[in-house]
Write a protein that binds this ligand. Structure first.
Ligand code: FE2
Ligand code: FE2
Length: 227
């Protein structure tokens, strides 16, 4: 997703500078997403029999919780006011009817996406300690992606079936990302419009007040001259 990385690198520094608490909100959103990923690994684990795979899924869940903790701490450090994020309803990735191959295909696409996003955030963020979180965690995400790839290969499925599934998941995530991007862009435009109206009204008010003061001063001078 090249356009997305580019958009992050251009828009993030501006938006973090312009909007109060945006930095903390973004980091907290990552904390929530990472904790959610841990939940999905644990949920899938309960449907797997092989101990080695269960151990690997558990390890992935632990890593996601560790990521969540790092983002949570960074969000708290950056927060200027209380952080309040509405939490969206969870959509369960593991679907018993679609089976584990669908889950692994989803993990493969999702982790690749996260890896690219972390890379873009690491480059866009100017605070060394926060940028380092993203660049360090990229390696864990690459590990989760490789794990999903290995599991897909081990399931010995038809290659074209897997590719079709991966492409369908990518399209779905792309549409979701576009929807989210459009919502964020409309929020941004609305905030800019409201700020413009606020500053215009302020300037108008200041000009009217100046004129009123000038009129009062002239009236006082005219009064003094008549006396
Ligand atoms: Fe993660
Ligand atoms: Fe991950």
């Amino acid at each position: 997703m090249h356009w997305r990385s580019l958009a992050i690198r251009i828009a993030l520094p501006v938006s973090w500078r312009l909007f109060h608490n945006r930095r903390a909100d973004t980091l907290q959103r990552f904390a929530v997403t990472e904790a959610d990923s841990a939940w999905h690994f644990l949920y899938a684990l309960s449907h797997v029999d092989q101990p080695a795979i269960r151990a690997r899924l558990f390890n992935n869940a632990l890593e996601e919780m560790h990521h969540s903790g790092l983002f949570e701490r960074a969000a708290r450090d950056a927060a200027e006011t209380l952080i309040h994020l509405p939490t969206a309803e969870r959509t369960v990735i593991y679907d018993a009817q679609k089976g584990l191959q669908h889950f692994y295909a989803f993990v493969y696409v999702g982790e690749k996406d996260v890896y690219d996003q972390f890379d873009a955030y690491a480059r866009a963020i100017d605070t060394e300690s926060v940028s380092a979180i993203f660049s360090n965690l990229k390696q864990d995400e690459a590990g989760h992606m490789q794990f999903a790839e290995q599991r897909l290969a081990a399931l010995d499925l038809n290659r074209s079936t897997v590719l079709r599934q991966v492409r369908a998941i990518r399209r779905w995530r792309l549409l979701e990302a576009w929807g989210r991007g459009l919502r964020q862009a409309s929020d941004l435009i609305m905030t800019l419009l409201l700020s413009a109206i606020y500053f215009s009204l302020g300037a108008l008010g200041r000009a009217s007040y100046g004129q009123a003061q000038e009129a009062a001063r002239l009236a006082r001078v005219a009064g003094d001259l008549r006396r």
